[in-house]
Structure formats: C-alpha cells, structure tokens
Write a protein of this length. Structure first.
Length: 128
C-alpha cells in the first residue's frame, strides 16, 4: 500500500489515530485500536513496549488517564503527517487545554501492513 501526503483516506487514518489518545470512551478507544492496528502490532517508546492489542489498549489507556482524562492536556497534530510506501510519520504535540501551551512534543513512526493497519509504532519524544 503506497500513500502520499494529502490522501483523504490517510488524512482520516491519522486524525483517528490522534483522536484515539483523546477518546474518553474506553469502548471507542478499543474499537479504534481493533480497526487501526494489526493483531500482533507493537508500540515502542524509549522505555517500554506494548505488543498485541490488549497491551496497546492498556498503554493508550494509561496515557489517556495520565494526561487527557485529567482535563489538563489534549493531543493534536503539530505538523502535517508524511506518508509513503507503508510508513507514516506523525508529528504530535500535547497541549495544555487551558492556554494551548505545548507541554510535550514528538513524533511517531508508524509502519503499516498491506491492509493499512499499524504493525509497529515507534515514539520519538522531543525535548522542549
């Protein structure tokens, strides 16, 4: 599957990926994970890995509860994504809801399977 930037389907995919981190409804978060991730997918950060849909759900839920569920932060795109040949780079920022200040910044490098589902998600935080 080859995508480029400004692809309507990829626009929706990336928007849904970002909103998954902000989703207050646990069932909707899981439905997004089931739809967008391959069954044996992995999510990697500098200090942890989550392998399989259940571990990915737990990881997304922890991030939601720690940052978004408190009402303090929200995740959003920082720059337009770039996608081609089954890979997507998503620049994100976590902003403070009260004033829009950037509290964290980073990017995800997503590798997709032939069906367009995430096989691996590698997070690269940026110091601000």
């Amino acid at each position: 599957m080859t995508q480029t930037t400004n692809d309507t389907a990829m626009d929706a995919f990336v928007a849904r990926y970002i909103e998954m981190w902000n989703e207050p409804d646990a069932a909707k978060r899981r439905a997004t994970i089931d739809a967008q991730w391959a069954p044996r997918a992995a999510n990697y950060t500098l200090n942890m890995e989550a392998v399989g849909l259940d571990e990915i759900e737990a990881r997304v839920t922890r991030a939601y509860e720690s940052y978004v569920g408190t009402g303090v932060h929200r995740f959003q795109l920082h720059q337009p994504y770039v996608a081609h040949h089954g890979a997507v780079r998503v620049w994100w920022e976590m902003v403070t809801v009260a004033d829009g200040q950037v509290a964290a910044l980073g990017h995800e490098f997503l590798v997709l399977d032939d069906d367009g589902r995430i096989v691996s998600d590698h997070q690269f935080p940026v110091s601000i």
